[in-house]
Design a protein around this ligand. Sequence first.
Ligand SMILES: NC(=O)c1ccc[n+]([C@@H]2O[C@H](COP(=O)([O-])OP(=O)(O)OC[C@H]3O[C@@H](n4cnc5c(N)ncnc54)[C@H](OP(=O)(O)O)[C@@H]3O)[C@@H](O)[C@H]2O)c1
Length: 372
Amino acid sequence: MRPAAYQVMALDATRRGELNSCLNASAGAASRSRERETHMTMVREIHLKSRPSGLPTADNFEIAHVELPAPAPGQVQVRNLWMTVDPYMRGRMNDVKSYAPPFQLGRAMDGGAIGEVTVSNDPAFKAGDLVQSGFGWREGFNAPAGALQKLDPRGLPVQAFLGAAGMPGLTAYAGLLKIAALKDGDVVFVSGAAGAVGAMVCQIAKAKGHTVIGSAGGAEKVAWLKSIGVDEVIDYKAEPDLNAALAAAAPGGIDVYFDNVGGAHLEAALNSAKLFARFAICGMISIYNAIRREPGPSNLAQIIGKNIRMEGFIVSHHFSMMPQFIADLSQWVAEGKVTWKETVFEGIDQAPEAFIGLFKGENMGKMLVKLT
Ligand SMILES: NC(=O)c1ccc[n+]([C@@H]2O[C@H](COP(=O)([O-])OP(=O)(O)OC[C@H]3O[C@@H](n4cnc5c(N)ncnc54)[C@H](OP(=O)(O)O)[C@@H]3O)[C@@H](O)[C@H]2O)c1
């Protein structure tokens, strides 16, 4: 049963009228909000209350009410409109050193957000400017101007820059084109195929003319992936034997595996890999909540005989590809080759549920929290 705040917003960019009416609605809302009294003093933030063992629960989070003073010289006050929840944040709930620092107990969590400047004490910004920041998990904040990036929505709804046109989209693009070094004729297998990254991987590969096999949990996700052109879709939750299902979907084997999941999916991909296959290891969400470390894939030795190249990557090392990605994305959207979905929870108090929902498969496309 879906929570009351759950809604799926389909953004079919091939339907120009729908996209335009979305844009007009968002522009209208922005101008109305500028007409309102914008100075904000009290905001709510989500703090990390305790570190989870296994799947996080609502008890690991708490809401704090914080009074924002007027921004100091060189600072800007922002009201967040949207924030993202992402699987990598699960690692940040542990007190371990990693590529992203751990969240601190009793302090606000952070992550990507899109907001609107309400008060500026710096000449680089003015009230009403749209900004991207790393100050998610809160309704508003004061920050130095240098910590904010002005957002030009380029005709897209602003929240797209947390999903298809943002970090997850670039992850798909860099992982597929650079890490997996996609080449003509490749058969591509994607796990987590109906998620923010996975759905973009599927569509980029299709836009480039490849045969694509996706794996996702549940009939609704399978139907969506088929509707956007994925050639074969495995409902891994309904499949008693993932190895057999992948072998049947790709009888000649796979050339590229884009891994979002790890575990049994990685094993199946190794079994179906052709000679000289390339594996882009993007994420392993199936083990993020594991309490004990389990041994790796039992068939890993296949990388030797099959000459497989397996490479992990973190998108932040590939931000230089962003301009090329945005240029390609614009063309694919205009040609009707790429579309996306969003799963939206409303209100800062729903952010923990949205985050936990990632590990229960509650999202199709990008999981987002709408804050105003
Ligand atoms: N390397 C990087 O720089 C980078 C950047 C962004 C994301 N990532 C990684 O990419 C992956 C996808 O991220 P995303 O933001 O696009 O998330 P997402 O796919 O939109 O959301 C998570 C999805 O994972 C699936 N899932 C959850 N638990 C699972 C399990 N035990 N086994 C199999 N599938 C499970 C669920 O879909 P189903 O219903 O299909 O199970 C869920 O909807 C994650 O592993 C993430 O850590 C890596």
